[in-house]
Structure formats: C-alpha cells, structure tokens
Design a protein. Structure first.
Length: 449
C-alpha cells in the first residue's frame, strides 16, 4: 500500500484538539524572536503532531522560540451554518481561522515566560497554512498579533463565497441525515467524519471546506482585500518549490504529467480561455520533457503566480523577499523532485529523520541545504531580512523581481522563468481570475475530460 510521507502522525483525531507546542532554548528573559507555525493540509487534514514540525532543531539553530498550533479542520472548522443557525453562527464557516487567532493571542500574552519576545512574532506556514497566514493579514482581529510573515507554497486565494459555502452546508447536512443545527450537534465525531468523507466524493471534492467570505470575519476575498489596501502589511518572505505538482502525480496516482496535450488544452481553455495553446507551447519551449512542462504549468497556475501577485502587492508597502526552492529529492520510492512540501523538513531541520528520508532522499548535500534555509528563516524572524554577510538577499520588486534559488547551491536570479510569468500578465490569480477550483479540477481529473 502506498504511503504519504507528508501525512505522518496525523491519524490521531479528537475534538479536544486546540493545543500548541513550544520549543525554546531557555525559559528566561532573553526575548528571542518567536516563530508560529500553521500547518497545511487543504483545511481538511494535517496536524501539529507531525514529526516534520518538531521545532527543536530550528529553535536551537536560530536561538528562537518555535510554536506550532492546532486548529479545527474540515466540517469542524469551516462548515457555514449561519443560514440555519442565524446570527449566533455568523462566523461558523471560519472557526479554524478563529482558532488560529486565539492561539496567536495566547502567544502574545504568554510567550515571554518561555523566553520569547511577544513584540517580535513571525507567522509562518505552508500550503493551506500559508493561505491562512495571508488571510490573517486582512483580518483586523489579527492585526496586532504578528510582525512578519513567511508564506511557503500558498497564498490567500482558496475560499468559498457565501453561496458555495451554503451549498456545501446543505449537501453535508443531507449526507449526515440531519436538518437542524441541534441535530448536527448531536452527531458523534465518527458520524461527522464519515459524512465528510462522503462529501469529498461529490463534485465539491477535497476543496469543500475552505475559509468563507461570510461578511462577518472575512468581508471580501483576501487577495482582493490586499490589493485594495484593506490589509495589515508586514515584511514578507515567500516562495514556491520548483516541481510543486509532483506531490500529486507521485502519491495520488494522478497522471497529471501524462495528460494528452489535446485534453490538457481543452481543460486549460475552460480556465484561461484562448491562452491555453500558447501556454502549453511556452512551457514546452523551456521544458524539453512534456511531463515536466505540464507539472510546471499547473504548478505556476496554482502556486507560483499567486505568490508573485502577492509579492507584487506587498512589496509596494513593506520589504518583501522571494525564493524558489530547487532541491530535488533522490528518493527511490517515488519521483518527487522538488515537490510541494519538500522545503518543510529542511526548514525544521528534520530532513534526515527516518520518516522524512522517503520523501527527501539521502543526498549528502542535505545538511548544507538545511543550514541555508534555517539561517535565512531565523534571520528573517529576527530582523525582517533573510540575507546575511555570506548570503545577501535583495528585496523583491516589480522591476528586478530578484529571487533566491535555494537548493544544493544558492543563487540569486532576476525574474526567473520570465517567459512563463509574462504569459499570465493581466490575470489577478486571486482565486477568482482564474478560478482556482477549476484549476484543481484539472489536477484531480483523469486523463480524459
């Protein structure tokens, strides 16, 4: 049976889940930088229990305090019930985000006891965790709770509008066999979990539960809010991995890289219109292997271009730094390359752990990569600048687009993959234009339309 190395230690499930973990070099009065981690998992899975997120090595390397937090997921965290429950449930579709805010408030009030500086908190997260961090930039309730942010392979573009959230709720209630909130509250954890699994088999799929633009906590799509100036801008470090979509093709038997070109073009046309053919030709011109071209095209649509749009917006207000993680796994288990999530065990210093090696491989250069990224992340947490004397890192702007390629070697590149980036000029990548749900459908669809 195939295993997913990114999901280790996530099987323990309980409603009593709102906890956080703290690693500190010393419970003293040093006022160290604080790094608060939000895990990914598409808002439906993941856990701070994952051993990849053990903060001991990162805390020791950078003399920082590392915090990992839990938040409610799936139906428990993102089921919109205001249509049934009224005003008392106005924010029910965003309980997972409210959990994150509660954890950040706790850190603000208590982290000094653990040797941390409550006025120097860096929020960092990957995938849905990065999307969460980006969304928190737009929420007044979180505006004083962190000073910097690191977004890894994610941007705040995944959300449900009020109509889709209501549709998800109705479908879930029907599957669960209940019609009122009280009946829903009477269901056991297992009954809710089973209903959720069945919901994932409907057209809503795995993106059924996401933050909700409910008019209460989230008043407008987060990327649009950031573009409009309705956000708290903080220094930002963000980026993506070279081969993001390899995670899906490697682990989930999705033949994304084998999708016939006519099929891909037809599916792309439903997302980006007449640019579809030009897009395939552009990516094929820079990727001799067709499968690599498809992986990079879909990865750009889902990950890299939204990150670039966010960097463009934030860099007009605060120092912004961009990276491209290029380390490629040599694992003999699957072809992962530089897949989605590959940077995570390097940042936490857990890439040599036995439960990570199946993903990262056994490249002897891994220690050097870990050293580079841990230093950059903790330097950013301390000063707002990920560069140092041995690795200067200029700010990102819309003229130079300086990007640090982080891998076996670290190289500064201005506007990497510029032909591909320019292809998408004029598209906001805010989750609406193009529609991120339709892009995910390309990932999860079979080879035939």
């Amino acid at each position: 049976m195939d295993i997913d190395p990114t999901e280790n230690n996530n099987s323990v499930m309980a409603e009593d889940c709102l906890a956080l973990n703290i690693w500190t070099p010393g419970a003293d009065a040093r006022k160290r930088p604080v790094m608060v981690w939000i895990h990914g998992g598409g808002f439906i899975s993941g856990s701070a229990r994952n051993t990849w997120y053990d903060g001991a090595a990162l805390a020791a390397h950078g003399d920082v305090v590392v915090v990992t937090l839990q938040y409610r997921l799936g139906a428990w965290g993102f089921l919109e019930l205001s249509e049934l429950g009224g005003h008392d449930y106005a924010e029910s579709g965003n309980l997972g985000l409210l959990d994150q805010i509660a954890a950040l408030k706790w850190v603000k009030q208590n982290i000094a006891v653990f040797g941390g500086d409550p006025n120097n908190v860096t929020l960092f997260g990957q995938s849905a965790g990065a999307g969460s961090a980006g969304t928190l930039l737009t929420l007044p309730a979180a505006s004083t709770l962190f000073e910097k942010a690191i977004l890894q392979s994610g941007a705040p573009k995944e959300f449900n509008d009020s109509q889709r959230a209501a549709d998800v709720s109705r479908a879930f209630m029907k599957i669960a066999g209940v019609t009122t909130v009280d009946q829903l509250r009477d269901l056991t954890l297992v009954q809710i979990r089973d209903a959720q699994k069945k919901l994932f088999d409907t057209p809503f799929g795995y993106s059924a539960f996401r933050p909700v633009v409910d008019g209460a906590l989230i008043k407008e799509p987060p990327m649009q809010a950031i573009a409009a100036g309705h956000a708290t801008y903080v220094p930002l470090l963000q980026g993506t991995n070279l081969d993001e979509i390899r995670l899906w093709s490697a682990l989930y038997d999705l033949p994304i890289d084998q999708k016939p070109q006519p099929v891909l073009e037809k599916q792309l046309a439903e997302v980006v219109g007449p640019r579809a053919r030009e897009a395939i030709e552009t990516y094929r011109a820079t990727n001799p292997n067709y499968g690599d071209a498809v992986v990079h095209l879909i990865g750009d649509l889902l990950m890299r271009m939204p990150a670039i749009r966010l960097a463009e917006m934030v860099s007009r207000h605060q120092p912004t730094y961009m990276y491209l993680f290029t380390y490629r796994s040599n694992s003999s288990y699957k072809r992962f390359d530089s897949a989605h999530g590959m940077e995570v065990p390097f940042i936490f210093g857990t890439a040599d752990n036995l439960d990570a090696i199946v993903f990262t491989g056994r490249n002897p250069a891994k220690d050097a990569v870990m050293g580079h990224v841990q230093q950059s992340w903790t330097d950013f947490a301390r000063t707002g600048d990920p560069g140092g004397p041995s690795l200067p890192w200029p700010k990102y702007d819309e003229n130079t687009r300086t990007t640090m390629q982080l891998g076996v070697s670290c190289v500064l590149v201005n506007d990497p993959n510029s032909a591909e980036r320019k292809l998408w000029n004029g598209l906001a990548f805010d989750g609406i234009t193009p529609n991120s749900g339709k892009i995910w459908q390309i990932v999860y669809s079979n080879a035939e339309p």
